[in-house]
Write a new protein. Structure first.
Length: 784
DNA sequence: CAGTGAGCGAGCTTCCGCTTGACTT
């Protein structure tokens, strides 16, 4: 038994630290929080000054028991949880549960797992900081109150019966997506004409190079653009002025959780949860430092290794020492930035994590490399006929610096169409005459802000100080699981644009078309998400405010610094909040999410789009009418807010009866699993290219025949009464009864057709009695 | 696998943040 027991949060960390500290120290992990508020009655005694009621969750019993025993048998316990609010609270809970005296128990902290940092920490133990603990308790209790008081309001006031939820983080995340969608829906694209002139000139080698110059302004109308081109007929062009300016680019900071998720999404197309899964794997195998962090700091040891790697691989000139600072005030910086543990490993063998590791390696190295040096050239070109100016700009890389290995990606949001990468210009001299090849005025449309990707939503949340590195991925999953948000693609629509061209002193006009509004893997709000957001905005505007978290974080900080009493702070929040809850329960109407679309031309009955028990639908007529109302389910891409009357009426064309095939009606409809045809009590999924609104009988008939013969071919034998089938599967013959499959023993497999009913029954009984051994889960091959 | 959509209301759901395995298809 070691003399000292050190408790940290993560087991991977425990292993490393144990090696550093040597044999007098046993290092154990508590796997995060070991206690939480009870679920019953919110786990808070509100009347008693918000006294929390803590309990040890089932899955933590085992580790708590083990820690208790170890703590009893050891001379001294050291609490080495993370140096932030949550970590301090975990240490306090450990004191409470393990029976340690908080006034004497040693608390140590470090924000990097390196030998010097840990040895230093052990030299300077401190005591628990109860103010910090209280700030965490306030945070925990406030989140519980918001979540557990708001969610039941939704259960009462929403007519849809899902397991709805609301919370400080998730509800604001949904709000961002809802508001972005509405911005896009109401956006009016405005077009303007952008002028580009193409010239050729000889470069230093005497080779002809074509380069581009931009017009003086964007023209609002085609007429204005044409007028400009007309003025240029017969013009001479000459270089009026050349400016050469040096420029530089600097590398981005090393990865935090949020920036790693963004880059992995932009460059590798990973979802945030995939990124975190792979990063966890790398962390557990000791390849990278901790992956849930908001710090951009690198340890001195790491900085030395990085410098080494850069100078050996690229030379001294490529190294530049840099210290990055967090922009974000809410950062708690308990860890280092995400970096490889061993900089000498530029890659890993494992194929799953290879790409992510290389990304981390490059980003880390680049962060300590020199600036890239550029030379930006701007040439002004005079037009003789109207003395307007064209501007050609070029960029030449003089020294690549960090760009040698890494360039940060960009979101759509940050890229305007003005900002195309400039190529290089040929060597020009002032007064040089230029030959115009062509001048074009192209119609371009303004674009709305793009929909969020998972990663760009994380970026936004982080900017607002909402959520923590450990919750970004789970939050994104939650809002999708609750049905507030969907990740999907959207097809673009065709849009015409005009091009006016001046070539050989003649103006021509053409119209071309482009695809616009196409989206891939973007977050869309559902009708449910919109309705719930509107409701919460209306009755709980303070919690839904984008600044709410930042505001209460400020108060938590005051608690942490001993300037505010935690239960008083909670009371200040709770009194008005709870009044809103009661008020809403009493006054708010049940929300149906209805939107009137118009009236039915035939019957004069009202047509509404609304939420039904099974999702958004269209209803013609009212429930209280004599004749039952007619219903149609909306398509998954439609929304209550935007569907038109025409689109709604179109939905009532289903189910369609296509006529008879083999004396039975063929009906086409859209079901839970997509479009299908029903015939003789059998269902046939329509092929992707078949449109249920237009598909014809002669397209469906082969589908029916095909499925029937495929089934015949698969069937070896049927015992009708007992519902036992012997079938041919991809791995050979097998027995099926009901929904379960049974493996045929090896010795009978070659004569599967000869199996009798008795034999089949025996096999089934046998398999039931001795269930097959479980195999390791198959590797997921498919990327998302 | 695929059809539904009143109102009544039993018994259910729910938060955020800290950490990893154990489940079978």
């Amino acid at each position: 038994m070691a003399k000292n027991l050190v408790i940290v949060e993560s087991p991977a960390k425990a292993k490393t630290i144990e090696k550093i500290l040597g044999k007098d120290f046993e290092v154990k992990s508590c796997f995060g929080h070991i206690r939480d508020l009870e679920k019953d009655d919110m786990g808070i005694d509100i009347a008693n000054n918000f006294k929390p009621k803590y309990t040890i969750p089932d899955d933590k019993e085992k580790i708590v028991k083990e820690l208790k025993k170890l703590a009893k048998d050891t001379d001294e316990v050291w609490l080495a949880t993370d140096e932030d609010r949550e970590g301090e609270a975990i240490s306090w809970h450990l004191c409470e549960v393990l029976g340690l005296d908080p006034d004497v128990t040693k608390r140590i902290v470090f924000h990097e797992i390196t030998k010097p940092a840990i040895e230093r920490a052990v030299q300077q133990p401190r005591l628990l900081d109860m103010n910090l603990v209280n700030a965490q308790q306030a945070r925990r209790i406030l989140d519980r109150i918001v979540g557990f008081e708001l969610s039941p309001v939704l259960w009462r006031k929403m007519s849809m019966r899902n397991s709805l939820s609301a919370g400080r983080v998730q509800s604001v995340a949904v709000r961002l997506i809802v508001e972005r969608e509405r911005e896009i829906n109401t956006f009016n694209a405005v077009s303007s004409f952008k002028v580009e002139a193409f010239f050729t000139a000889k470069d230093l080698q005497g080779k002809n190079i074509t380069f581009k110059a931009e017009g003086p302004t964007r023209f609002k109308t085609a007429e204005d653009a044409e007028k400009f081109l007309q003025q240029c007929i017969g013009a001479a062009y000459s270089v009026k002025d050349i400016q050469v300016k040096p420029g530089k680019k600097s590398p981005a900071a090393p990865f935090t959780t949020s920036t790693l998720q963004q880059e992995a999404s932009r460059k590798l197309g990973y979802s945030v949860s995939k990124t975190m899964l792979l990063a966890q794997k790398l962390y557990e195998s000791g390849k990278i430092t901790y992956m849930r962090t908001d710090s951009v700091n690198l340890s001195d040891t790491a900085l030395g290794d990085i410098q080494n790697a850069i100078t050996t691989n690229y030379g001294q000139r490529y190294h530049q020492h840099r210290k990055f600072k967090n922009k974000n005030e809410s950062a708690q910086e308990a860890h280092e930035a995400i970096r490889p543990t061993y900089m000498e490993n530029a890659t890993v063998d494992d194929s799953d994590t290879k790409k992510l590791y290389e990304l981390i390696w490059k980003r880390t190295i680049a962060s300590q490399m020199s600036d890239a040096e550029l030379e930006k050239t701007i040439a002004k070109i005079d037009i003789s006929t109207n003395h307007e100016e064209l501007t050609a700009s070029g960029e030449v890389l003089k020294f690549d610096g960090f760009l040698k290995i890494y360039m940060e990606g960009k979101d759509d949001e940050d890229v305007s169409d003005e900002e195309e990468s400039d190529g290089s210009l040929p060597a020009l001299t002032v007064k040089q005459a230029l030959d115009l090849k062509e001048m074009k005025a192209t119609e371009r449309y303004s674009r709305p802000a793009p929909r969020y990707t998972e990663a760009s939503l994380v970026k936004k949340l982080e900017e607002l100080g909402i959520g923590r590195p450990s919750t970004y991925a789970p939050t994104i999953t939650t809002v999708q699981k609750r049905g507030y948000v969907e990740k999907r693609d959207k097809e673009g629509i065709k849009r015409d644009f005009r091009i006016l061209s001046l070539k050989a002193d003649k103006i021509t006009k053409v119209t071309e078309s482009e695809n616009t509004g196409a989206e891939k893997s973007k977050l869309f709000p559902t009708d449910l998400g919109m309705i719930v957001t509107d409701f919460l905005n209306q009755y709980f505007s303070s919690v839904m405010d984008y600044g709410f978290t930042a505001k209460i974080e400020g108060e938590f900080d005051e608690v942490a610094h001993g300037k505010k009493i935690w239960n008083k702070m909670l009371n200040d929040f709770y009194t008005p909040f709870h009044k809103d809850v009661e008020n809403t329960l009493e006054k708010a109407e049940r929300v149906k999410g209805e939107r009137q679309l118009g009236t039915d031309q035939e019957t004069g009955k009202p047509i509404v789009a609304r939420m039904g028990r099974y999702g958004p639908m269209i209803q013609i007529g009212k429930a209280e009418d004599e004749e039952k109302p007619k219903f149609a389910k909306m398509k998954s891409t439609q929304s209550i807010e935007t569907i038109t009357l025409e689109e709604a009426m179109e939905l009532f064309r289903l189910p369609r009866n296509l006529g008879q095939f083999e004396d039975q009606d063929v009906l086409v409809n859209i079901g839970r699993f997509g479009p299908y045809a029903a015939h003789n009590k059998q269902f046939y999924s329509l092929k992707k290219e078949m449109d249920p609104y237009t598909v014809e009988l002669d397209e469906i008939a082969p589908l029916i025949v095909e499925k029937r013969t495929a089934k015949d071919e698969r069937t070896i034998k049927i015992f009708e009464k007992e519902k036992i089938q012997i079938l041919k599967g991809p791995y050979g013959p097998y027995i099926k009864q009901g929904l379960r499959n049974y493996k045929i023993p090896k010795e009978k497999i070659d004569a599967a057709a000869d199996i009798t009913l008795e034999e089949a029954k025996a096999i089934i009984e046998d398999v039931k009695a001795n269930p097959p051994k479980k195999k390791a889960p198959p590797r997921k091959k498919k990327a998302e």
